[in-house]
Design a protein around this ligand. Structure first.
Ligand code: FES
Length: 79
């Protein structure tokens, strides 16, 4: 299994909109962090698609090593 590139050692705080689709970059290569820009093509990674029921601030994982889907779980602190 390939290891994702650490795009950032801290999470990205994003004000998400209700019921909008977001595609989180899981490979770490996107230049549009924390979201997918298609650079995973040809790798074994694919973006994580997520939608939120309400508008709120969400902390998307930037280190790409989280075990909590696409959200920061504190793993970056150990990098
Ligand atoms: S930024 Fe990846 S776990 Fe926090």
């Amino acid at each position: 299994m390939q290891k994702a590139k650490v795009a950032s050692k801290t999470p990205f705080a994003v004000e998400v909109e209700a019921n909008k689709n977001y595609a989180w970059c899981s490979c770490g290569e996107s230049e549009n962090q924390p979201f997918c820009d298609g650079k995973h093509k040809g790798s074994e990674f694919s973006p994580v698609l997520i939608k939120f029921e309400e508008a709120k601030t969400v902390y998307f994982c930037g280190c790409k090593q989280t075990k909590n889907s696409c959200l920061c779980d504190g793993t970056h602190k150990a990098l």
